[in-house]
Ligand binder design. Structure first.
Ligand code: GFB
Length: 322
């Protein structure tokens, strides 16, 4: 019989899930050698509680990492708050509750720093959760992620299962979605600067401030959190590196070699004015990010070109995989 730990990664085809699978499979992983269990969307519908229960009963993993979600940028979120709430709520409830019912002892749930109030103090500490109103453009997504992290917290308290959550800041990296209408700002800008030769129309005023974290740094934070015997219920994960959207646009323009003219459409929303997370908790326990924005951007433009040439690039909306 194998003594390897069996780890279920939900959302393994998404940018985050695939980065976690790469990190788990890498030599020297802090979790040691493990057996990674995955299911494609076609084989397991995470919106269906009975299928998820059956899956856990059959596989009985030692650990689960929930990186599955419907995700998108400000355009996709604000146009479909209902779908972002419903699908993410169902995925969170089914994967977390199903794991608890099957006796899975350890689970890591992934959310996003959009769970914090729109006007949270900066940098945003974990304690800012539920202290005031959410940002309207992504309220549905945020509510679903808050439910998920609370379910983990309640199960931990009531059933002594070590279920905990990480809230990453805005992510980017290989395997992202380059959907111009529904994607996140960084990959969308790469796609726009690569394909629009004369004018690149950008949204909002360019004054919003965002922090970006390379997905491989998030994957290392996930493995780090899972290797802690008694992890905090909730930890932020960020790079500490902030830029205005205008500065990001200039950096992406340089990284792609574009000479197009940038225009700003102020009828489109800026969203949360600033979203820098306070990472003193995870840093105090020993985790650090390694990939700076300049290096990460160059790596991401290179992987965008590779994915484009290989025909594996994702240009449409992402579902059930962050
Ligand atoms: O990544 P993003 O779409 O979402 O970034 P959020 C939005 C910011 O980039 C806004 C500006 O200030 C936009 O005005 N922006 C400029 C653009 N040009 C563009 C463009 O072409 N496309 C896009 N998408 N933005 C998301 C949440 O918020 O953050 C999600 O909606 C999730 O729920 C994610 O939490 C991490 O950073 O505002």
């Amino acid at each position: 019989m194998s003594s390897k730990r069996k780890i279920y990664v939900a959302g393994h085809r998404g940018m985050v899930g695939s980065a976690i699978c790469r990190a788990l499979a890498a030599k020297g992983s802090p979790l040691g050698e493990c057996e990674i269990v995955v299911r494609s969307h076609a084989d397991l519908d995470l919106l269906d509680p009975a299928s998820v229960r059956q899956f856990y009963a059959a596989e009985r993993p030692d650990m689960a990492v929930i990186a599955a979600a419907r995700v998108g940028g400000i355009g996709a979120n604000s146009a479909a708050n209902s779908r972002f709430l419903y699908e993410n709520e169902m995925i969170a409830m089914n994967t977390i509750w199903g794991a608890a019912e099957a006796g899975v002892k350890r689970l890591l749930f992934l959310g996003s720093t959009c769970i914090y109030p729109r006007m949270a103090p900066q940098p945003i500490p974990e304690s800012a959760l539920l202290t005031s109103e959410l940002e309207k453009t992504n309220e549905g997504y945020a509510l679903a992620k808050i439910s998920g992290l609370k379910l983990c917290e309640f199960l931990r308290r009531e059933r002594r299962l070590v279920y905990h959550s990480l809230m990453p800041t805005n992510l980017y990296g290989p395997g992202d979605s380059y959907d111009i209408e529904g994607g996140h700002v960084l990959p969308t800008l790469i796609r726009k600067f690569d394909t629009m030769k004369d004018v690149v129309p950008l949204w909002g005023t360019g004054s919003a401030i965002r922090e970006f974290l390379h997905v491989d740094d998030l994957a290392s934070a996930c493995l780090f959190a899972l290797s802690l015997e008694n992890p905090p219920d909730l930890m932020n994960v960020g790079s500490g590196e902030e830029v205005t959207i205008r500065e990001l646009a200039e950096a992406v323009q340089e990284a792609t070699g574009s000479t197009a003219k940038i225009t700003w459409d102020s009828t489109k929303p800026d969203g949360t004015p600033r979203k820098l997370c306070d990472t003193s908790l995870i840093r105090s326990l020993g985790w650090r990010p390694r990939i700076g924005l300049k290096e990460g951007l160059a790596l991401t433009v290179a992987s965008y070109r590779k994915e484009l040439a290989a025909g594996t690039i994702r240009l449409g909306e992402r579902c059930a995989a962050k």
